[in-house]
Design a protein around this ligand. Structure first.
Ligand code: HQG
Length: 182
């Protein structure tokens, strides 16, 4: 992916997940922003942004971070939000028996004590495969992958959701469901 696409993807993640107000943009509760308003706000704040660039970021994002509405008029990040104005109505779904969470070794002691917490985001993020989880963990230091007994959690009534891009979401993983690490 080119430098411009990576930069633009980071910018879109920032404004569509975390700080829309930093460029004077509003998101609705489902996280949608008008593409025209996004472009106008970005340009006003000194960014180079147009529809073809947005479309390229959306289609080349290997994690499928963003979605355009069917008519192309709106865009949102499909998960990963911290913005208070957003409360996406994710569909509840039964998870596979085991899901994975990648983190850094330096967080392990705290995670073992408190379980997995969402931090500033709305959800704890879990993946179906160890490789993805390892890459997520590497962002913060020496990676370690925790296996989560998601099936057992779900059996006990804890809700799971799956974002459009396949990432699994839940609000808290209590320590007793952190079955192992690899
Ligand atoms: C850790 C990326 C101490 C947690 C990824 C993580 C993901 C604790 C960090 C998505 C803890 C939060 C989200 C506790 C959790 N004590 N540390 N009790 N509970 N943590 O970035 O899951 O590239 O907010 O392990 O692919 O790393 O942005 O969450 O290390 O899907 O599209 O606190 O972001 O996607 O970090 O990553 P984050 P995450 P994108």
């Amino acid at each position: 992916m080119s430098k411009v696409l990576i930069e633009t993807s980071k910018f879109l993640s920032y404004v569509l997940r975390h700080e829309p107000q930093s460029i004077g943009l509003s998101l609705d509760t489902e996280g949608w922003a008008s593409v025209d308003a996004l472009i106008a706000a970005a340009v006003q704040h000194g960014r180079t942004l147009d529809r073809p660039l947005i479309e390229q970021v959306v289609t080349t994002s290997e994690k499928k971070r963003f979605a355009l509405s069917a008519d192309g008029s709106s865009i949102r990040a499909v998960q990963g939000h911290s913005a208070d104005s957003v409360a996406i109505s994710f569909e509840e779904k039964a998870p596979p028996a085991v899901l994975y969470h990648g983190t850094a070794t330096r967080f392990l002691e705290s995670i073992r004590a408190q379980g997995l917490l969402p931090g500033s985001r709305h959800h704890v993020h879990l993946s179906e495969d160890v490789q993805t989880a390892t890459n997520v963990g590497r962002r913060y230091g020496k990676p370690v992958v925790l296996a989560i007994a998601a099936g057992a959690m779900h059996d006990q009534g804890i809700k799971f959701f799956q974002a459009q891009n396949g990432v699994w979401l839940t609000t808290h993983v209590p320590p007793c469901f952190l079955s192992s690490d690899s």
